[in-house]
Write a protein that binds this ligand. Structure first.
Ligand code: SF4
Ligand code: SF4
Length: 181
């Protein structure tokens, strides 16, 4: 894949114009997880422009991004970097790239499966499925039990009315990803 193709693929999947980035660094300066990232959002954008696909897809950063949208609100060119990170994760999964944060991928898959099934996120499902899949059974157990006891984590999911519409959205995204491959 040429650098133009990679950039176009990411732009199409994210509906962003990544070539507008002029590397002012405002996104990375405000990112709450930049300290733990290898590159930070600014350099991720540069790597997209340079077509450095392998470095991008094997980067921890695309899995550490918490999609908080801080970077997008700070960007003078209104690039929604959280959506760019989403596109990179989609490509990494579709291409079977070696995932540098396998637990983050498991979390991502469980989260998406929950949204596809219930129409919205369901914390109890996420909590139980993630623990079983990763076998991190006792991690954060104290706070988990406390949240459940206080009724902050509903046991039963709250379903959206039009789940067929949500399912259609998932299918459309799947089709879009396949067309771009
Ligand atoms: S804030 Fe926007 S223009 Fe500035 S480096 Fe980040 S993505 Fe590029
Ligand atoms: S959306 Fe991701 S990259 Fe942007 S500021 Fe939040 S964590 Fe950082």
């Amino acid at each position: 894949m040429t650098e133009t193709n990679l950039l176009q693929q990411i732009n199409t999947l994210s509906s962003q114009t990544t070539q507008l980035c002029y590397h002012c660094h405002k996104c990375t300066a405000g990112c709450p997880v930049a300290e733990d990232m290898q590159y930070g959002p600014d350099r991720i954008l540069r790597m997209i422009q340079l077509g450095q696909k392998e470095r991008l897809l094997s980067s921890h950063d695309i899995w550490l991004c918490a999609a908080c949208e801080t970077c997008g609100t700070r960007c003078p060119n209104e690039i929604d970097i959280a959506r760019v990170m989403d596109a990179l994760r989609q490509i990494a999964i579709a291409e079977g790239a070696a995932i540098s944060e396998p637990d983050a991928l498991k979390f991502h898959k469980i989260f998406m499966a929950g949204v596809q099934t219930f129409g919205r996120s369901h914390e109890m499902f996420l909590f139980a499925a993630y623990k079983l899949w990763t076998m991190h059974l006792m991690d954060d157990m104290d706070s988990g039990i406390s949240l459940i006891a206080k009724g902050k984590v509903p046991v039963m999911p709250s379903l959206v009315k039009n789940r067929a519409e949500v399912s259609k959205l998932f299918k459309n995204v799947q089709k879009k990803t396949e067309v771009q491959e």
